[in-house]
Design a protein around this ligand. Structure first.
Ligand SMILES: [Zn+2]
Length: 242
């Protein structure tokens, strides 16, 4: 298991509302899956490390580790239930609004999404690197863990009446993926990484005046933090999947 090499502290967010997650809001299940993105082969359990510098190369390494770890985690969860897991088809960084589309809907800048129509995760690369630098590397593991959770929800056929319930469940599942990975020794957290999760959730919470039932609602900071740490501390049994 990798060891912590240095201690970091999160950079204070000065414009938390700049960071939003619009994930899971762009379904177009009538379109065929993208033929250019075959599922990746199952991998052996990676040992990831939440630690490092703030370079783009480090971000890319963390992003790959986060996805590999999520794939390994969910594959094991499905295996334990006797169900074959199909990994997410692709992870696609993009730069500008409209560079990618989910179905026929352009994916906006400054965001991260899971697109069921093409079975891919997409994120604005510049936005994600900025968040990585402001909040810390743990944010990347949360962000991609949340989007990967949406892919798992899709595989399980999970549906909710309100979008906020879908989003809070994904936060819980992201927490479970990270907490369980730490408990199993597949992920090494550093001092300050839990604070980075909190800072990330602070950044992606809905504005206080946003109605909870609005289609784009993901949950307030308190709701998202509670959901994430419930999963982190108590694993999947608290995420309402069964
Ligand atoms: Zn989401």
């Amino acid at each position: 298991m990798p060891a912590r090499s240095r201690t970091r502290w999160t950079v204070a967010l000065t414009a938390a509302a700049v960071l939003t997650l619009g994930c899971g809001t762009l379904p177009d299940p009538t379109l065929p899956e993208d033929p250019t993105s075959p599922p990746t082969a199952p991998q052996t359990t990676p040992t990831a490390k939440v630690d490092g510098t703030k370079t783009v190369a480090e971000f890319q390494e963390d992003a790959k580790d986060a996805v590999d770890l999520a794939e390994s985690y969910w594959s094991a969860v499905f295996d334990a239930s006797g169900v074959t897991f199909r990994p997410v088809g692709a992870v696609r960084p993009y730069r500008d609004s409209g560079d990618l589309a989910c179905g026929r809907e352009p994916i906006p800048a400054d965001n991260a999404v899971y697109c069921p129509a093409g079975d891919f995760i997409a994120y604005d690369a510049d936005w994600a690197v900025t968040a990585f630098r402001r909040i810390g590397d743990a944010f990347v593991f949360y962000l991609l863990g949340h989007e990967y959770a949406h892919a798992v929800q899709a595989r399980l056929g999970v549906e909710h009446r309100y979008g906020i319930d879908h989003e809070l469940q994904a936060d819980c599942m992201a927490g479970a993926y990270l907490g369980d990975s730490v408990r199993r020794g597949d992920l090494s957290l550093a001092d300050g990484d839990l604070d980075e999760f909190r800072s990330g959730l602070l950044a992606v919470g809905d504005p206080e005046d946003q109605p909870w039932f609005a289609p784009e609602s993901h949950g307030t900071v308190a709701q998202r933090t509670d959901a994430f740490f419930s999963g982190y501390e108590k694993s999947l049994k608290t995420c309402g999947l069964s």
